[in-house]
Ligand binder design. Structure first.
Ligand code: GLY
Length: 342
C-alpha cells in the first residue's frame, strides 16, 4: 500500500494506492460513512456493480461521455441527495473517470455548502490527474469546465485493478497525461528525483505493480505543483502543457473525434515545434520528445488550418483575447509559460 498525503489550505487528504480485491475497496470506502450517495460510471457499474454491492437507491449511474457533465445531471444528483435526506455529515462518493469525479465533486462542494467527497478513480487519466488537486466542474454550451469550484476530497482511493478493463484507447488517453508529466518533471519542483522519462522507456507499463508505481510518480509530481499553487495563479499553469492547442483540437472536432489525451499529445507536438522555431530548445530534444510520443503510437491527428486554431485558442478561458498563453519546453523536462501573439 502506498499513501501520499496532500496538503491544501482547505484540508489535507490521503491518496491511497493499493492493488486489492474490489470487495476490499468497498470496505475501505463505505465502512465508516454515516450516509452517502455514490455517483458511478455506467461502465464501472456494469463491470463491478456486483462486487461493489451498493444499494440501488444510494447510487446515481452516470452514462459515459463528456456530454454527461452537465447541468441536468448536476440537478438530478442533488435531487437524489435531497430525497435521501443527506445531511452535512453525509458523503458523496465518485467511482469512475474524470467526468464522474468532476461532476460528483461539484455536487459535493455545493450540497449544503459542501459535504465530504471521496474519489475512487477508475481510469488512468483520473488516477494520475483529475482526481488530484481539487478541481471540480460541469460543462455548458459556452465551453468546458466554465462552472466549478476548487474543492478537495476527503480521500482518494486508487486501485490499479480497475485499469485492467480499460480499453487500449482509454488507457492511452491517460498515457497522454503521463507523458506530459515526463516533459514537465523538473518544473514541478518535486523534492524527490523521480525520472519519469527513464521509467517510461524501461518499464512494462501494463504490469499491475509497474502501473501502481507509475501512478505514484505522477501523483507525487502533481502534489508538488498543487501544494505550491492550489488555485492556479502561477506554477499550476504548467499542468496545461499541451492543453492550449489540445483544447482547440477538441473544440474543432466537437469533442467527438479524438480523446482528451490524444488531443493533448498533439498539443505537446505543437508546443515542441513552436519552441524549436523560437529557439527555446535544440533539435535533439525535439527528436527525443517525438520518439517518446511515437513509442506509444497515439492516433494521428490531422493539421487543421492554423488561422482557425488560433481563433479557437484566443477564445479559451485562459486567454485574454489578444495573446495566447502557451506552456513551452525550454530544456529537458522543463517548461515555462509564454504569452504569445501568433
Ligand atoms: N488538470 C490540470 C490541473 O489539475 O490543474
Amino acid at each position: 500500500m502506498i499513501e501520499i498525503k496532500i496538503k491544501s489550505q482547505e484540508k489535507n487528504y490521503p491518496i491511497v494506492i493499493e492493488n486489492e480485491a474490489i470487495t476490499d475497496l468497498r470496505e475501505k470506502v463505505f465502512a465508516n460513512l454515516e450516509s452517502y450517495l455514490v455517483v458511478i460510471s455506467a461502465k464501472v457499474e456494469k463491470l463491478y456493480g456486483k462486487q461493489l454491492n451498493i444499494p440501488k437507491n444510494r447510487k446515481f449511474v452516470l452514462k459515459d461521455g463528456e456530454k454527461e457533465k452537465n447541468f441536468t445531471n448536476y440537478r438530478k444528483i442533488l435531487e437524489q441527495a435531497l430525497k435521501l435526506k443527506l445531511t452535512r455529515k453525509s458523503t458523496i462518493v465518485a467511482i469512475g473517470g474524470g467526468v464522474v469525479g468532476d461532476l460528483a465533486g461539484f455536487c459535493a462542494s455545493t450540497y449544503m455548502r459542501g459535504i465530504d467527497f471521496i474519489q475512487v478513480p477508475t481510469t488512468l487519466l483520473a488516477c494520475v490527474d483529475s482526481s488530484v488537486g481539487g478541481k471540480t466542474a460541469i460543462d455548458t454550451s459556452f465551453g468546458k469546465n466554465l462552472i466549478g469550484t476548487f474543492y478537495q476530497p476527503k480521500a482518494v482511493y486508487i486501485n490499479p485493478r480497475f485499469l485492467k478493463t480499460l480499453d487500449e484507447r482509454q488507457f492511452k488517453t491517460g498515457l497522454g497525461e503521463v507523458i506530459k508529466y515526463s516533459f514537465i518533471e523538473k518544473s514541478c519542483m518535486c523534492d524527490e528525483e523521480l525520472n519519469l522519462t527513464n521509467f517510461l522507456s524501461t518499464e512494462d507499463i501494463h504490469d499491475e505493480k509497474v502501473l501502481a508505481k507509475l501512478i505514484e510518480i505522477c501523483i507525487k509530481l502533481k502534489k508538488s505543483v498543487v501544494e505550491k499553487d492550489e488555485k492556479e495563479s502561477g506554477l499550476r499553469r504548467i499542468l496545461n502543457f499541451g492543453h492550449t492547442y489540445g483544447h482547440a483540437i477538441e473544440k474543432i472536432t466537437n469533442y467527438k473525434k479524438f480523446t482528451h489525451g490524444e488531443a493533448v499529445v498533439e498539443g505537446m507536438r505543437f508546443a515542441f515545434e513552436l519552441a524549436l522555431k523560437k529557439n527555446l530548445i535544440d533539435k535533439n530534444y525535439k527528436f527525443l520528445a517525438d520518439d517518446i510520443m511515437k513509442k506509444f503510437d497515439f492516433r494521428q491527428i490531422p493539421k487543421y488550418k492554423i488561422e482557425k486554431m488560433i481563433e479557437l485558442m484566443l477564445m479559451d478561458k485562459k486567454s485574454d483575447g489578444k495573446t495566447i498563453t502557451f506552456i513551452l519546453p525550454t530544456d529537458y523536462s522543463t517548461v515555462e509559460a509564454f504569452d504569445l501573439v501568433l
